[in-house]
Design a protein around this ligand. Structure first.
Ligand SMILES: [Zn+2]
Length: 306
């Protein structure tokens, strides 16, 4: 079933290891133990970014597969939940993160391997070895490009965090230092984290066991027009609120309350709960410096006559 792209072998394990290497380089994985009981959102997002580069659309996978099956390798050991036992049968039965969490606390990597992962030079060598042994030259090129995009996205997200504490920019930013894919990913990373995965307008917060979050990183003034990725030109919004905000059916008032358009009230097909949000306070980030900027919210209201 697997093609020459992945040298006729399942690519799950090397792809997971590429994502682990990224998190070690970001300083997010700081010890050889990776817990599955905590939040796997970032690991899952990186896994999916690599996966989508080389695997045909529609063919998805859970990180639970490689995370559990790596137990068969000498450098990766699943540690059981109290009272559970890691048997080959138990490992082979795992198809979802929920099942993985029932069985294991996480995985312990070999100490020497982890030390290698922490050094930039040996980390690159490890990555290179993984790419060479597991992928065709074409797939390798695509994955190498993704390694660069992920690294840039992370730097970009750190820059955006720093900028958020400076005065608002007057001029639009013309930032060609980053590829669009790195910008998108960096903006998303920082906005979703700033709002802790909660929709600023309706308050919904759902992260599935697989690490999928309900929110998008939305621009208040679209990037195509503003070229502005400041956190204060962003809000984390669920899919419905994102759409309604972009279509001008929802907005935010100058005292940070939700506004709904007359169109919503008049349309019998619009979910009624959107109307109940009208006049309710938005859910802003805890840090006041990171709240959506009034001048952008005002521009959005003017544009849609809200
Ligand atoms: Zn929402």
């Amino acid at each position: 079933m697997w093609t020459d792209t992945t040298k006729k072998r399942a690519p799950h394990k090397p792809i997971l290891l590429l994502a682990v290497l990224d998190l070690v380089s970001r300083g997010i994985i700081l010890s050889p133990f990776i817990a599955v009981t905590s939040d796997l959102v970032e690991l899952n997002e990186l896994f999916n970014l690599y996966w989508r580069r080389i695997i045909p659309l529609g063919q998805t996978s859970s990180i639970a597969f490689p995370f559990s099956r790596l137990h068969n390798e000498t450098f990766w050991e699943l540690l059981p939940q109290p009272g559970r036992e890691i048997t080959p049968a138990a490992v082979n039965n795992i198809t979802s993160v929920s099942q993985l969490r029932t069985l294991a606390l996480g995985a312990l990597m070999d100490e020497d391997l982890f030390r290698c992962m922490q050094q930039p030079d040996s980390r690159s060598a490890l990555r290179e070895a993984l790419l060479l042994s597991c992928f065709s030259s074409e797939a390798r090129a695509a994955l190498e490009e993704q390694v660069g995009i992920n690294a840039d996205a992370y730097s970009y997200s750190l820059e955006l965090e720093q900028k958020a504490h400076l005065p608002l920019v007057k001029e639009t930013l013309e930032d060609d230092a980053y590829k669009p894919a790195a910008r998108d990913q960096g903006f998303r990373r920082v906005v979703v984290a700033t709002y802790d995965h909660r929709c600023a307008l309706c308050g919904v917060r759902i992260i599935t066991p697989e690490g999928h979050t309900v929110v998008d990183a939305a621009h208040i003034i679209p990037w195509s027009r503003s070229r502005n990725d400041e956190i204060r030109n962003g809000m984390a919004l669920c899919k419905l609120c994102h759409w309604a905000f972009d279509e001008g059916m929802m907005g935010v008032s100058d005292d940070y309350n939700v506004i709904t358009s007359r169109q919503i009230a008049a349309n019998p097909n619009v979910p009624g709960f959107l109307l109940t949000l009208s006049g309710r306070g938005i859910i802003p980030p805890p840090d006041r410096d990171l709240w959506p900027a009034q001048q952008y919210l005002a521009e959005h209201r003017r544009e849609w006559r809200l």
